[in-house]
Design a protein around this ligand. Structure first.
Ligand code: HMG
Ligand code: MG
Length: 298
């Protein structure tokens, strides 16, 4: 009997690297993505078309995209906050982009320098132009349950933003627990509100692991029917506009967890461990992933 499938969106080459003090060169980022492909990952975020003054680690994402193999088997989404980003991404060959909004006004201002309403207006233009260019758009909503500036975020703040992203044509919305403060109870509250309106198959979980709650939160999401998980190799990263937030849940931890649950995510755990070790040797620090440390003995 074949095992039920869970889709992993690997965000290490973007979310992972955007907050690291060591900036990986274009060559290094391309090598990371190639290694991630060799692990069996088929959805690999490849960069961000944002201001290099704001996030220097993502500068030259066009060169990263252009250096990647052209293959139907793997998608390489990139972040595009506005039309300028989208145009540059399309010129570099992007077939999938992501717009990223927030459920918190203050976070929206700090992260993308505009209000939630203004951001949604910008995303409307991005989505329209992307559609015309046959480029798929994924949506993100940050601060799913908590904001580094405003504290607790209620489901009623999240639902309208998610609704608007779907109205604009996003094929999937990734729900970001940006600072990792969620617990299964708060995640259940917001997912229950969302699932009244949207099918579970349209939603992805994007858990940062600051408080070590990510796997428990993912279990809750799986119980409620979600089957798409964002994760970052080694547990790298964080958001530059969410101080103190640690990296995403590690891809190694997710792969180990899913295997234990009898779910298939199509990745080679041993290769993930090697790739996490390789990345953190480039970053000159120990791998945060507990599964990686246990399996590599390092
Ligand atoms: P702005 O300053 O408001 O934009 O920035 P502007 O239109 O006034 O332009 C100012 C300058 O930025 C100009 O350059 C523009 O050309 C340039 P200058 O004349 O000063 O030399 N510019 C751009 N350059 C490159 N690419 C662009 C672009 N747009 C304008 N697309 C902007 C607005 C959004 C660009 C800025 O605020 C920014 O880059 N922010 C960074 C956002 C970011 O990358 N955050 C981290 C990712 S989000 C995240 O991590 C959360 C997530 O993982 C989910 C979760 O965990 O919750 C997704
Ligand atoms: Mg994130």
């Amino acid at each position: 009997m074949s095992r039920e499938r869970v889709s992993i969106v690997e965000v290490g080459a973007r979310d992972g690297l955007q907050n690291e003090s060591t900036t990986l060169s274009v060559k290094g980022r391309v090598e990371l993505i190639r290694r991630l492909m060799d692990c069996g990952l088929t959805r690999i975020e490849a960069g961000a078309f944002v201001s290099p003054k704001w996030v220097p680690q993502m500068a030259d994402s066009d060169q990263v995209l252009q250096a990647l193999p052209s293959t139907e088997a793997v998608s390489f989404p990139v972040l595009t906050p506005n039309l300028k980003g989208l145009e540059a991404a399309i010129a570099a060959g992007a077939k999938e982009v992501a717009v990223f909004g927030a459920a918190s006004e203050t976070f929206s201002q700090k992260n993308i320098n505009c209000s939630i309403a203004e951001s949604l207006d910008r995303f409307a233009v991005v989505c329209e132009q992307a559609k015309a260019a046959h480029v798929r758009v994924r949506g993100y909503v940050s601060c799913l349950v908590g904001c580094p500036y405003e504290g607790v975020i209620q489901p009623e703040q999240v639902v309208p933003v998610v609704r608007r992203l779907f109205e604009l044509g996003c094929y999937e919305v990734s729900l970001g627990d940006t600072i990792g403060v969620g617990t299964p109870a708060s995640i259940e509250r917001v997912l229950t509100a969302l699932l009244k309106e949207f099918p579970a198959s349209w939603l992805a979980m994007h858990c940062h692991d600051t408080y070590g709650m990510a796997i428990a939160n993912l279990r809750k999401g799986l119980d409620l029917g979600l089957r798409t998980i964002d994760s970052s190799i080694g547990g790298a990263g964080g958001c530059p506009y969410a101080q103190g937030a640690s990296g995403n849940v590690a891809t190694e931890d997710v792969a180990y967890f899913l295997r234990g649950e009898g779910l298939d995510c199509g990745v080679d755990l041993e290769r993930l461990v090697e790739t996490g070790q390789w990345l953190f040797s480039q970053l000159n620090k120990p791998v945060p992933s507990r599964v990686n440390r246990a399996l590599s003995g390092k």
